[in-house]
Every structure is written in structure tokens, then in C-alpha cells.
Design a protein around this ligand. Structure first.
Ligand code: PLP
Length: 370
């Protein structure tokens, strides 16, 4: 008889309690300064994060969706322009394109890696196509060198959505070294999460960094000198202070995610009804999510819930089949996308899980199929 356990999908409270003294002190420093916008901690975090992802510039913004929109605008992408992205991402990736009046076009994915299939881009390119936004979904890096070749051939900018991939490597190097710009979200549940909303853009392009910084702060460089109409999308001081502390723990947390992924793989190896995620040789993933696949997904999810195990589905309905996705141009294999949406299951994954919890989840999956 196995003992019953509660396995939450995420445990942000457990994480907070471990770093409570550092976080509380950092928050109090901000409270004492009362510099809630543009306090020193913002620049300190931006510098630390740029160094962490090995990029020259980092600009903090209000959230990961804005990070994409502002990057597109900074590249001069305007209404009528087309931007290619993927059909199986969180809606924000597509929303960011629509938000600036540009037109999203959805290219197909590789059904094994779940990321953009670079071979499918060319057939979608028109004279209006200006950029590609591939997504490092689940924390697994895309096929970045192939994407770069296609983009260069067609003179397209590549903006990577790394909202799920803080710290991921491609061929041993930070993913931020490959895109024209790379965007991050610090939504609380991400690998590096704030205590509210937050986001950032990193780039090695000095001019782009300059424009993004202006755009995200009312189009200004000086307090009342506005060079363009921009936005109000800033990373606030409290969030930056929290992120600066949490960044110091990120490698340790990502390493724990990798251990958990390895343990899941070991425990679930040989369960015929379950496909475990495999990372391509070039990818060193940070396992934002651990997504298995099984044709009996809905029943398995109910069974796990009954045994105290929380799971999620990222994402159940591909964007071309969403109410908002109906008219979008795409070249996706809808049957395959539907099959993926119906068979994927994100099982608990967070650095706070114990080995016992991981084994308990695997045990329950095995019992279900036994
Ligand atoms: C979380 C997420 C976003 C949006 O980030 P927000 O900070 O919530 O705006 C964008 N793309 C992907 C792939 C995400 O997972």
C-alpha cells in the first residue's frame, strides 16, 4: 500500500519560506527608500540578469507580453506587417503581435520537440513578413541555428519568447546569444518569478536597447522630453528587488528541476502508454514544465487528482482552433495539433518537490496503467 500524499503543481509558498529573510530585507530596503519606480534595484537587477544570460543589454518591462510587443515596435514593425509564430503557445505570444496591429501567421511545429519547425517557415513568407517569434516552450530551446539560417535568408528579425526558459542553453551557450532580442516573463510561476507581474528584454543591439528603453517609458530619455509616443511598461522597484534575490538562487533551482526530470524519466521509462519528453542534443532545457503524452490523458488526470496530484495542460486548444484564432493564416497540421492538445499532460514540476513526491507521481501513473 502506498501512502497518500498531496503533490501541488507548484509551491511558491515553500520557496518563499526558504528565502524569506533575504526577500523581506530586500523589500524593506525598497520601502525605506520609497523609490517605487526606477529605484536603484531596477538597474541592479537588469545588469545582473544581462550578465546571467550573457547579453549586453537588459531592459525591465511590465510583463512578458509587453516585452514582445515593445520589441516588435522597436524593430519598426507596424500595422499590416506579418510576424510568424507558433500555434501551441500561451496566447500572449500571439496577442503581443495583435496588440501592435501586426498580423500573426502560424507556422507548424515539430510534434516531438513541440517547437517551431524551421522547414515550415519559408512557405508562409510574403513581402509583408518582418519577424519570427519562436517559443522555447516548456523550457526546451528551439532549433536556433536552423531558424537563424532561414531568418537571414529572408531578412527577418528573430525575437525569442523565453518566458519559460530562464537559464536554458543551446549547444552549451545561453539562448540569449542567438536571437536579435529575447524576451522573458517574470510571472510568479515561471522559473524566475516575481511577486507580481514583470518582464524583460535582452539584446546585444545597442540601438534596439535604447529604443526599447524609451518606448517602455513614455517615449522619453529625459523626464519631460518625449521623442516618440510610447507606453508605460516598467519593471517596478519592488519586483526588481525580489528578482535580484531570486536570480541568485536560479541555477540551484534549475539544477533541481533537471534532477526531477531525470528521476521522472527513470521512473516512467518502460511505461508503454506514456511518452516522456525528450530534449534534442543541442538543448540543455530548464524544465519549466514536464509534459508527458498519453492517449488516455483525461482519465489519467482525474485519477491523479483523486490521489492528491495536481496536473495541468499546456495548452489544450491550439490557437487556430481558438475562438480568436479562426481567421489566422497558418500552415499547421491541425489533426496533429489536436492530437497533441488532447494527449499532453503537465505533471508536477517545481524545485520544491522532494524525491518522494516525484516517485509518488510516477507510481500513480504506473498504477493507473497497470
Ligand atoms: C507566461 C508567458 C508569456 C506571458 O508573460 P506575462 O508576463 O504573463 O505577460 C508569454 N509567452 C509564454 C510562452 C509564456 O509562457
Amino acid at each position: 500500500m502506498k501512502t497518500n500524499m498531496e503533490v501541488p503543481f507548484l509551491n511558491l509558498n515553500k520557496q518563499y519560506l526558504v528565502i524569506k529573510s533575504e526577500i523581506d530585507a530586500a523589500i524593506h530596503t525598497v520601502l525605506d527608500s520609497s523609490n517605487y519606480i526606477k529605484g536603484n534595484q531596477v538597474k541592479e537587477f537588469e545588469d545582473a540578469f544581462a550578465e546571467y544570460v550573457q547579453a549586453k543589454y537588459c531592459i525591465g518591462v511590465g510583463n512578458g507580453t509587453d516585452a514582445l510587443s515593445v520589441s516588435l515596435i522597436a524593430y519598426g514593425i507596424k500595422p499590416g506587417d506579418e510576424v510568424i509564430t507558433v500555434p501551441n503557445t500561451f496566447i500572449a505570444t500571439v496577442e503581443a503581435i495583435v496588440a501592435i496591429g501586426a498580423t500573426p501567421v502560424l507556422a507548424d511545429i515539430n510534434p516531438r520537440t513541440y517547437s517551431l519547425d524551421p522547414d515550415t517557415i519559408a512557405s508562409l513568407i510574403t513581402e509583408k513578413t518582418k519577424a519570427i517569434i519562436p517559443v522555447h516552450l516548456y523550457g526546451i530551446p528551439c532549433d536556433m541555428e536552423t531558424i537563424r539560417k532561414v531568418a537571414d535568408k529572408h531578412h527577418l528579425k528573430v525575437i525569442y519568447d523565453a518566458a519559460q526558459a530562464h537559464g536554458a542553453l543551446y549547444n552549451g551557450k545561453s539562448i540569449a546569444q542567438y536571437g536579435d532580442a529575447t524576451t522573458y516573463s517574470f510571472y510568479p510561476g515561471k522559473n524566475l518569478g516575481a511577486y507580481g507581474d514583470g518582464g524583460a528584454i535582452v539584446t546585444n543591439d545597442a540601438e534596439l536597447a535604447d529604443r526599447i528603453r524609451m518606448l517602455a517609458d513614455h517615449g522619453r530619455k529625459e523626464k519631460y522630453l518625449h521623442e516618440m509616443f510610447g507606453y508605460n511598461s516598467r519593471l517596478d522597484t519592488l519586483q526588481a528587488a525580489v528578482l535580484k534575490i531570486k536570480l541568485q538562487h536560479l541555477d540551484k533551482w534549475n539544477a533541481r528541476r533537471k534532477e526531477i526530470a531525470a528521476l521522472y524519466k527513470k521512473e516512467l521509462d518502460g511505461v508503454l502508454q506514456v511518452t516522456i519528453p525528450e530534449a534534442p542534443a543541442y538543448a540543455d532545457p530548464v524544465w519549466h514544465l514536464f509534459v508527458i503524452r498519453t492517449p488516455d490523458r483525461d482519465n489519467l488526470q482525474v485519477y491523479l487528482k483523486g490521489n492528491g496530484i495536481q496536473t495541468g495542460i499546456h495548452y489544450p486548444v491550439p490557437i487556430p482552433l481558438q475562438p480568436v484564432g479562426q481567421g489566422l493564416k497558418h500552415n499547421c497540421d491541425i489533426n496533429t495539433l489536436t492530437e497533441i492538445g488532447n494527449s499532453i499532460l503537465s505533471i508536477p514540476m517545481c524545485p520544491e518537490m522532494t524525491d518522494e513526491m516525484v516517485c509518488y507521481v510516477a507510481e500513480n501513473i504506473k498504477d493507473y496503467f497497470a
